[in-house]
Design a protein around this ligand. Structure first.
Ligand SMILES: [Zn+2]
Length: 305
């Protein structure tokens, strides 16, 4: 559950530390911006209450990417008060049409009710400003910086303000990294490029989407890099060990078993399937593996015989 204590990082920057973090930037005496909105109405209620108690304004909302744990509380906030809402391009389209997530996870089929749970689909969010590119965003006399962090989702953006980076799911805290085993990604090459970009950012400290604020965040980012490289290597080795090819679904099972993951339900299987496929597409672009269909079965085979 989300703690209601607002943790202060600098005079202008704080965050609600919970299972998913919510950033808070004090833009001016009358303006404040939340970075992400938590999983649901309950989480947002606690955030609003806490900010009210401390007389801190909420005038703006920045949604980093269209995953329900990061935007599920946004519609409630928009119902309760007037907030000007930013989101990166593409992510904005999903935020406005949130059924797209269960739709894409389940191969485009109209999802049944149990696949449309709050972890996969929140209420639609109104987006006032769609951000095309990373860069400076001006609000009155204040500016904040956005940074493109693709890989975990198609067009995720982080935020930098007062020298503090909100990296969202650009990397995970160590505990979250271990808990997930195989972190959700849609593009392994971009995930690695994003992590390398994060190691070079000269920020005072960083807050991940899941984990704690750290000044020594580069070490954590490097651990994320190690994990992704290790998973990619494992998947590649499994494909090479099966000269006749291996069914994609079997590869998902083996990759999860190797990490001690017990997949609990169909949506969760689909999330791991997406991540495993994202490592495969990296290997495909490097001509290391390819998909073949044999006897009506989709198989992954090694390209280097
Ligand atoms: Zn996410």
């Amino acid at each position: 559950m989300l703690e209601v204590e607002l943790k202060k990082i600098t005079e202008k920057v704080s965050y609600f530390h919970g299972s998913v973090n919510i950033g808070y930037l004090r833009l001016s005496s009358e303006e404040g911006m939340l970075i992400d909105a938590g999983l649901d109405d309950q989480a947002m209620k606690k955030v609003i209450k806490q900010l009210k108690e401390q007389s801190l304004p909420i005038s703006h909302l920045f949604i980093t990417h269209a995953h329900a744990d990061h935007y599920g509380g946004a519609a409630y906030l928009q119902e309760k008060q007037d907030v000007y809402t930013f989101a990166p391009e593409f992510e904005a389209a999903i935020l406005q049409n949130p059924m797209i997530e269960p739709l894409y996870l389940f191969h485009g089929v109209h999802p049944i009710a149990e696949w449309r749970n709050k972890f996969l689909e929140g209420k639609p969010v109104r987006i006032d400003s769609v951000l095309q590119k990373e860069g400076v965003v001006r609000i009155g006399n204040t500016v904040f910086q956005t940074i493109a962090l693709p890989g975990h989702s198609y067009n995720q953006f982080g935020v930098i303000f007062d020298d503090i980076l909100f990296a969202t799911d650009g990397y995970f805290g160590i505990e979250a990294l271990e808990k997930h085993g195989i972190p959700f990604i849609v593009d392994a090459a971009q995930t690695i490029e994003t992590l390398e970009k994060l190691t070079k950012l000269p920020c005072k400290g960083a807050v991940p989407g899941h984990g704690s604020y750290e000044e020594a965040y580069v070490q954590t980012v490097e651990k994320n890099l190690d994990v992704h490289k290790e998973i990619e290597h494992f998947i590649h080795e499994q494909v090479k060990a099966n000269p006749d090819g291996i069914a994609l679904e079997k590869l998902v099972t083996i990759a999860c078993l190797s990490k001690g993951i017990q997949i609990k339900n169909a949506p969760s299987f689909m999330l791991f399937r997406t991540a495993v496929t994202a490592y495969l597409t990296k290997l495909m672009k490097q001509n290391q593996v390819c998909f073949v269909v044999e006897q009506n079965q989709l198989l992954v085979v090694s390209s280097s015989k």
